[in-house]
Design a protein around this ligand. Sequence first.
Ligand code: LMR
Length: 396
Amino acid sequence: FWADVEEAPRDPILGVTEKFLADPNPNKINLGVGAYRDDDGNPVVLDCVREAEKRIMGSKFMEYLPMGGFKEFCDHSLKLAYGETNPLVTGNKIAAVQSLSGTGSCRLMADFMHKFKPGAKVYITVPTWSNHHNIWGDARVEKETFRYYKPETRGLDFDGMMEDIAAAEGGSFFLLHACAHNPTGVDPTADQWREISKLMREKGHFPFFDMAYQGFASGDCVRDAQAIEIFLSDGHMVGCSQSYAKNMGLYGQRIGCFSLTCNNEQEKIAVESQMKRIARATYSNPPLHGALLVSTVLGDPELKALWYKEVKGMADRIISMRTALRNNLESISGDSWQHVTDQIGMFCFSGMTSEHVDALYEKSIYMTSNGRISMAGVTTKNVETLAKAMHEVTSA
Ligand code: LMR
């Protein structure tokens, strides 16, 4: 039956973890997958999550959740993404289901598009998180790309982006990164978002926000949702994929929320019922534990305040590692590495080529072949080694 099946190519991100794990060198460094580490290189469980675990322990049975997941969790998530007092939230006009984190939300969106907007195209930034291509491709949605990053300036290609948005067929779907663009760490400014929003409104495009890093860009969860706020105030209908993998450190719990704003409550009921229908056929209903943890944290003012503090702590450690990496690189090389501190969020798009990255593998330093460094894996203990190795391979 399976003789013709060829081996799938290694995943560009998770494949790096496989390489790292296979390396026997005790001093190896993994800067591949975006997963937060403390300054000793260890994974972190947030105190707010530990406290939530204590509170929910033994309190619930192991029953199925409904197809759309835990309602309380979705309500908290919508307030976090769209704002507590937003009339769409208070007026019950947002269709939402609990999802299997960012990938799960994006896949539900892609399936929803395929089913209810057949023939519509999704526009994806160049570059983007590699899994976006898998997700929309596997859901059989036609993909197009639009300019986003300018290698020459290591910044935003704002003019190129605006030209591509203007040239796209009206009513297209645009996959935007709400904050902390993955992999480049380059975000539009608030004013640029305003211009993008205005143009997309004129063209009748639909913005879908992948918000996997709320809190990681600025350390402030409210501020990191500003792009969504800007689009909503322009009267856009929007969609959003939320993930609690990074900002609450719930990677393995696979917990997130998929939402679409609607014109009225009836529309919301219909849209949400179809989201649930897709969920039912795909995985039936989502897992319980992460939803209980998030609801407990977001539902308690003290735990929520602690969470905000802890997200800021993670973001601040990453920012300090950017400075340390830049300083080390500049003092070794004498060249400018300003883009390391200009970029924001979990990743640094270093500008290194796949040849440079291959040479770093020889030194047991692992990152994705596009030169993306997960800054969350950089520590005061490994930053000097990393800078030296980066200088060696880039100056060879
Ligand atoms: C990443 O980009 O490293 C993360 O979003 C993890 C993943 O699943 O790829």
